[in-house]
Design a protein around this ligand. Structure first.
Ligand SMILES: NC(=O)c1ccc[n+]([C@@H]2O[C@H](COP(=O)([O-])OP(=O)(O)OC[C@H]3O[C@@H](n4cnc5c(N)ncnc54)[C@H](OP(=O)(O)O)[C@@H]3O)[C@@H](O)[C@H]2O)c1
Length: 231
């Protein structure tokens, strides 16, 4: 299925594991940049939007160029302390940026389900909550950031456990148990392409919704806007 919008040029900054997948999804509409072909303000200006998947350590080097180019941007970079004045600077150039640490659309649907389960569980008798995550053996942190997010979304004390197996991309389970019943919720990422797909979806949403107020938005805000249009 074609992901790009006709006649739209997407700067893709960082063409590694994730950015490279974005380039594959966009085909000839992608204008790729990496460490050896760095983005310049002029080159970025020739495109309609930027999708950025550089490591946190490189974000500083790219940020000013994207700002000065005055184009909308979707940032997947993690491990970077975003400057406090970023929202003001993005507003000054009359632009919209979206920052997300997890661009999986499915995971954002799960967020809404967990919000409901957390709130609704007040109706249950003495529920116990258990979040279990499984990832590949090379993952360094445990529990995963996503497992911690699940607890935040739940707003309940939960037991969190982790397992490391083979090359599992990411599995998260929630078990809510009372003496009389159990509720299970599971999310499994099949490939890293899910993040590239979500970033392209977000870029297209920004391009089609140019009336959104200038500023910096978390991905969850954009997801919730689109979700509210469904119901
Ligand atoms: N938000 C999400 O859903 C999500 C999902 C996956 C990953 N991520 C995050 O995205 C970032 C990238 O992850 P990855 O796994 O794709 O990394 P990666 O495979 O290491 O790729 C990084 C890319 O950034 C390029 N780069 C580095 N410095 C640059 C600079 N100064 N200017 C332009 N390009 C530069 C590299 O260029 P060279 O190839 O020339 O070295 C490479 O193409 C990480 O922060 C990761 O945590 C986010």
């Amino acid at each position: 299925m074609k992901r790009s919008i006709d006649n739209v040029k997407y700067s893709v900054v960082g063409t590694g594991k994730t950015g490279g997948t974005v380039v594959s999804l966009l085909g000839e509409n992608a204008v790729p940049f990496d460490e050896f072909n760095k983005p310049t303000v002029q080159k970025l200006k020739e495109t309609d939007i930027a999708i950025v998947f550089v490591p946190g350590s490189a974000a500083e080097q790219v940020l000013d160029q994207v700002l000065d180019a005055g184009i909308p941007a979707v940032w997947g970079t993690t491990g970077y302390d975003w400057p406090d004045d970023l929202p003001d600077r993005v507003k000054e150039v009359d632009q919209r940026w979206v920052i997300g640490s997890n661009f999986s659309l499915g995971m954002n649907l799960v967020r809404k389900a967990i919000n409901i389960l957390g709130k609704g569980s007040d109706m249950l008798v003495n529920p116990k909550f258990h979040i279990h995550e499984v990832h590949h053996t090379k993952k360094q942190d445990a529990p995963s950031g996503t497992a911690l997010s699940w607890q935040e979304w739940l707003r309940k004390e939960a037991l969190i456990s982790s397992d490391r197996q083979g090359d599992v991309v990411g599995i998260h389970n929630l078990h809510i148990k009372t003496a009389e019943e159990s509720i299970y919720l599971k999310h499994e990422a099949h490939s890293r392409q899910v993040f590239a797909e979500g970033a392209v979806w977000t870029a297209n949403y920004l391009l089609k919704n140019r009336f959104i107020e200038p500023g910096v938005y978390p991905f969850s805000d954009i997801f919730d806007r689109a979700f509210s249009e469904l119901i």
